[in-house]
Design a protein around this ligand. Sequence first.
Ligand code: SF4
Length: 387
Amino acid sequence: MKRANSRPVRAGSVTIGGGHPIVIQSMCATRTQDIDATVAQARMLHEAGAGLVRIAVDSTKDVEALAEVRARVPEANLVVDLQENYRLVTQVAPHVNKVRYNPGHLYHHEKQKPVRDKVALIAETAVRHDLALRVGVNCGSVDPEMDAKFAGADEPGLEGVRAMVESALEHCGILDSLGFTRYVVSLKDSDPKKVVAGNRLFAAQRPDVPLHLGVTEAGMLPDGAIKTRIAFEQLLTEGIGDTIRVSLTLPFAEKWREVEVGRQLIDDIEAGRFRSVPKNFGEGLNIISCPSCSRVENEAFVDLAFNVKEMAAYAKDYNVTIAVMGCRVNGPGETDDADLGLWCAPNFVNLKRGEEELGAFQYDTVLDRLKAELDAIIETKRKPAAV
Ligand code: SF4
C-alpha cells in the first residue's frame, strides 16, 4: 500500500506513521470506575490486536480507576480522551502513553485563558511523561469561532469540513510553535464523504503529520462497517492514514469486533480486494449511533440503539437520518444534522426533531414517540428515495 511520508510518532510500544504498519485502535465502552469491567475490556481489546486502547476520563475518581487499570493491564498501550476538563491531563499522564484532546472542547472552561496556554499545559505534560498527543477534531464539535469563520465555505454536502480542517491546522501550528511535534491528528464525522474530504484537505497541507482515521458514530453492523470502508478504502489507497479506529455500536462483550473489522479492512485494501458498496447505499434511512464509552449515561443505550434500528426498519426507503447518542457530552451537538436525534440521560432519553427539542421520555416509551415523529416526517416526503 502506498504510504504517505508522515513522521513517526511513538506511543508506548507502537509507532504511528513514518512508514510503520497501520495501528488499529479501539476504546473501552465500560464505566472507567468499574475497574474489573474496564480491566477485562482493555485486556480483551489488547488481545484482539488493538495497538492502542482508549479510555474516557472525566473526573479524579476516573483517574484513580485508570491508575488501577494501568497497573493490572501493563501490556496495553493506553490512551486517554480528555473532554472539557483539560487540566486533568497532569493527573492522567503518569498512567498512559498518549492523550487525545479535542480543540472544540478547550473553550468550555476558563474562557478568558488563551487556548495557546491550555495547549502548552497539555504539551509540557506530554514531554514530562513521555507521551504522544492526538489533536482530535470532530465536525460536530468544532470550536464556535472557527465554525462561524468558515460558515458557507464548503460545497453543499460538505458543510463544516473547512472549519474542521482549519481548526486542526491551527492546533498543529500552536504545537509546532511550542516545539512539540510528537502528535497525530484526526478529522472525523459520521458522514464518510466529510471524512474523506477533510483528511484529503489536511493531508495536502500537512503531509508530515500522521493521521488517525475514523468515521464517528458509524453505528451498528453491517452499515457501520460499510460506512467506514467507504472512507478508508479511498484514503488508505491514497496513502492517507497511519492509524485507524472503527467505531461500532456493539454489546460491550463484543467490542473486539471493532479491531476485527479494522484488520479485515486493512487486509482487504492491502490485497487489492475492494468491496463494492451495496447498490443505493447512502440513500434511504440512515441510522447513526455512537460506539458508547465510559460516559454513556445508561447501559440501556446499546439496546436502545438496536431497538431504534428495528423499529425504524419500515422506513428504509426514506431519506431520514436518526442519530442515537449515549450521553449529554456529545449528544446535543452530534445529533444536530439528524432529522431525529436521541441522547441518553441516566433515567430518560432526550428527543429532538431537527433543532426542536421535543422533551425527555422514559426508556420504555421513547420509541412510541419516535415512531410518531418518524411517521410525520415520512408524510412530508413526496416519494421514497428508492423503492
Ligand atoms: S456520544 Fe457520549 S457515550 Fe457515546 S461515544 Fe461519544 S462520549 Fe461516549
